[in-house]
Design a protein around this ligand. Structure first.
Ligand code: OMP
Length: 211
């Protein structure tokens, strides 16, 4: 199963770690997914392959891939490359600068003109804060965000009682495409008997913040 293969890879590369981590949302998590540690050429090639497969399987229709600064930028590059290499889909891509620029080419968007149906590529959704910022930015440019592709769905509550993903889908009108989720991780650890000492903590965390 692709999700398990992806999680295996993330564990092997130390991108997925167990311990005690404070999240952006303030929650204390027994695991953390640090996509920045996919820091080799082979990682980008494989990562692009996983995302591209999930995107194509979802059947989503889109005109452009957008990578939000900073971590989304190499992801969007890897994904557009893999969409072309593995699936013959040659799509434009763009990203934003975080800093305002007052000289040179101007503007905060780099790459292809930000227009049409936009697929955002990001690393993780926890409470859904980061994705809202990207949606605002794309709409402000006059384009239409239609979906977001992420590597890991932590399957947590968003701002209210619904899951962050349900909120993103219902409130922002985006189709969420994910390579793997927390349930996949728990199942994989159960099936392989790996990291039994962390499994309990994952279950407890899920009982507290999951949906
Ligand atoms: P939300 O904005 O709450 O959805 O959190 C998503 C962001 O949190 C990601 O874009 C990351 O910057 C960061 N994050 C991770 O990278 N990995 C995790 O496992 C958890 C988080 C997090 O802080 O929730």
């Amino acid at each position: 199963m692709t999700a398990h293969a992806f999680l295996e890879y993330a564990l092997q590369r130390d991108v997925l770690r167990f311990g005690e981590f404070t999240l952006k949302s303030g929650r204390t998590s027994p695991y953390f997914f640090n996509a920045g540690l996919f820091n080799r050429g082979s990682d980008l090639a494989r990562l692009g392959e996983f995302y591209a497969r999930a995107i194509v399987d979802s059947g989503i229709e889109f005109d452009l891939v957008f990578g939000p600064a900073y971590k989304g930028i190499p992801l969007a590059a890897a994904v557009t490359e893999a969409l072309f290499r593995d699936h013959g889909m040659d799509r434009p891509w763009a990203f934003n600068r975080k800093e305002a620029k007052d000289h040179g080419e101007g503007g905060n968007i780099v790459g292809a003109p930000l227009q049409g149906r936009v697929l955002i590529v990001d690393d993780v959704i926890t409470a859904g804060t980061a994705i809202r910022e990207s949606v605002d930015l794309i709409r402000a440019a006059g384009a239409t965000p239609v979906g977001v592709a992420i590597a890991l769905d932590r399957e947590e509550r968003g701002r209210g009682e619904r899951s962050a993903i349900q909120e993103v889908e219902a409130d922002l009108g985006l189709q969420v495409i994910r390579v793997a989720g927390l349930t996949d991780l728990v199942t994989m650890l159960e099936d392989t008997g790996r990291a039994p000492e962390h499994l309990e903590a994952l279950r407890a965390y899920r009982a507290e913040y999951g949906v």
